[in-house]
Design a protein around this ligand. Structure first.
Ligand SMILES: Cc1cc2nc3c(=O)[nH]c(=O)nc-3n(C[C@H](O)[C@H](O)[C@H](O)COP(=O)(O)OP(=O)(O)OC[C@H]3O[C@@H](n4cnc5c(N)ncnc54)[C@H](O)[C@@H]3O)c2cc1C
Length: 441
């Protein structure tokens, strides 16, 4: 049965979260707008404001909701997580207050599955408790979308792994307690079978930050996206997470849900932009009437709403596919879920760029100024088009999975939809019941 309503008990949770984000967390976005600030654990803001807010989230049983109950989460499934993330998307601080921020959410899942008991005690527990943050380092200066370009190596030497190479755009490294890095452990195999995940604690000799990179608009030389260099960096053998060569399999499990969460947060942002746009055109006057009287303005409003609704349903449907694949364990369901998640990932940047652009444009100079958050929201479109793999890579996944089931036409010249061919077949099918004159020749 199709049903687009939310069950009452969860809707109450969502209503609480919506009020809480708006009243308690959104003020932090204005007070501390820096991209890195929500990740800094050493501040009084964290201790005196964020910690008490996190306690309220725990009280509502919404803390780290993406995790299974065994790790202190709710195991609520992707559809419910999507609806929650739509609310969290309104605020840069909200994922942190709710314990669902990337990449810590995915790193926690990796440690839970593949960490030793000591590693879980030293890193997973404080990570789950929100006392530390972490870094995921996969991209290299020489290769991002194409892992075939990865050269950062780890070589076994007795009881240790020795890492040499570079990583790029390793987010939050300056604040992180540990790094999970993708390293090539068997260069003779294709990278998808020859790369592994390895845990490197902060401060390990041989791991250094060449420089911090920020996003456009941040001062040059500052930023939490690290250019990392490993030079003879040694870690104990047990720091390799999972089997040697399993790096990409592990990475895939952590990325699927995360992509949907980003997408639903983008829906939340777009809804905020639409609210701002609507308020603006209803209140701004031009040529003797509200801006909203102009037909081109009304079309922008309508187009934005239509795009948001379409995309929102696409994301929730992908979430439902993921939940089903999880429930059935069926490989065909898993493949279908992957198709939907990549479709969502490829569509996310475009909707942010379109809706945020219309909103900022209709605000005139104020829209492009630093007195509204719309230009920053617009910029997050291209950013999401690159982070977690560029749009083209996901379009490629969609096309590959669609083509997997493609059957070449029996008639390669005109194909199976060719009307004259179908007419002949239809005529033959009903030949005994059709009068000669009833069918065009
Ligand atoms: C805000 C942000 C945070 C990030 N955080 C992290 C992090 O914490 N850890 C981490 O490891 N990485 C991180 N990244 C890096 C991100 O994963 C990479 O930027 C991404 O995978 C693309 O790699 P690249 O930048 O090397 O671009 P490239 O791989 O060089 O691609 C550049 C462009 O080439 C085109 N292109 C690439 N491949 C194809 C293709 N197959 N078909 C057609 N066109 C193609 C696309 O237009 C693409 O945008 C982050 C990036 C951003 C923006």
């Amino acid at each position: 049965m199709w049903d687009f309503s939310t069950d009452t008990a969860f809707q109450e949770k969502l209503d609480w979260a919506a009020g809480f984000v708006q009243e308690e967390i959104e003020p932090l976005d204005v007070l501390f707008p820096g991209n890195a600030e929500p990740y800094d654990r050493g501040t009084e803001v964290f201790r005196d404001i964020v910690r008490p807010l996190q306690r309220q989230v725990r009280g509502q049983r919404l803390w780290a909701a993406h995790l299974p109950p065994s790790l202190g989460g709710m195991g609520m499934g992707q559809v419910h997580l999507g609806l929650l993330n739509e609310i969290l998307g309104r605020s840069a601080w909200a994922p942190m207050v709710f314990g669902t921020q990337a990449p810590d959410s995915g790193n926690a899942e990796i440690l839970a599955h593949y960490g030793t008991e000591e590693q879980r005690k030293a890193y997973l527990e404080p990570l789950l408790d929100g006392r530390i943050v972490s870094t995921f380092a996969m991209t290299e200066p020489s290769g991002g979308a194409d892992p075939g370009g990865f050269t950062c190596r780890a070589v076994r030497d007795g009881d240790e792994w020795v890492i040499d190479g570079e990583k790029w755009f390793a987010s939050h490294y300056p604040l992180a307690a540990f790094v999970i890095a993708m390293v090539v452990t068997d260069p003779d195999k294709p990278v998808h079978q020859g790369a592994s995940m390895i845990l490197v604690p902060a401060g390990t000799p041989g791991m250094e930050m060449v420089r911090g990179t920020g996003l456009a608009g941040e001062p040059l030389g500052q930023g939490v996206h690290a250019y990392l260099r490993f030079t003879g960096c040694r870690v104990p053998a047990e720091n390799l997470l999972g089997e040697p060569g399993a790096g990409f399999r592990i990475a895939q499990t952590r990325l699927g849900g995360g992509r949907l969460h980003h997408a639903m947060r983008s829906v939340g942002q777009c809804r905020r932009a639409l609210e701002m746009m609507t308020e603006r055109v209803a209140s701004r006057r031009t040529r003797g009437g509200p801006l909203a009287d102009q037909q081109s303005v009304r079309h922008q409003l309508a187009d934005s709403w239509i795009q948001i609704e379409q995309f929102r349903l696409q994301v929730l449907h992908a979430a439902w596919q993921m939940d089903r694949a999880e429930r059935t364990g069926d490989s065909a369901d898993a493949r279908r879920a992957r198709l939907h998640v990549s479709g969502v990932k490829a569509a996310t940047p475009g909707i942010l760029v379109d809706v945020a652009y219309r909103a900022l444009h209709l605000h005139g100079a104020l829209g492009v100024s630093n007195e509204l958050g719309l230009a920053r929201m617009w910029q997050s479109g291209p950013t999401l088009g690159v982070a977690d793999g560029p749009t083209e890579a996901h379009q490629d996944v969609v096309a590959r999975l669609l083509l997997k089931d493609a059957v070449p036409a029996e008639d390669p010249l005109f194909g199976s939809a060719h009307l004259p061919t179908r007419l002949a077949a239809a005529r033959a099918k009903y030949a005994d019941r059709l009068k000669e004159t009833a069918v065009p020749r």
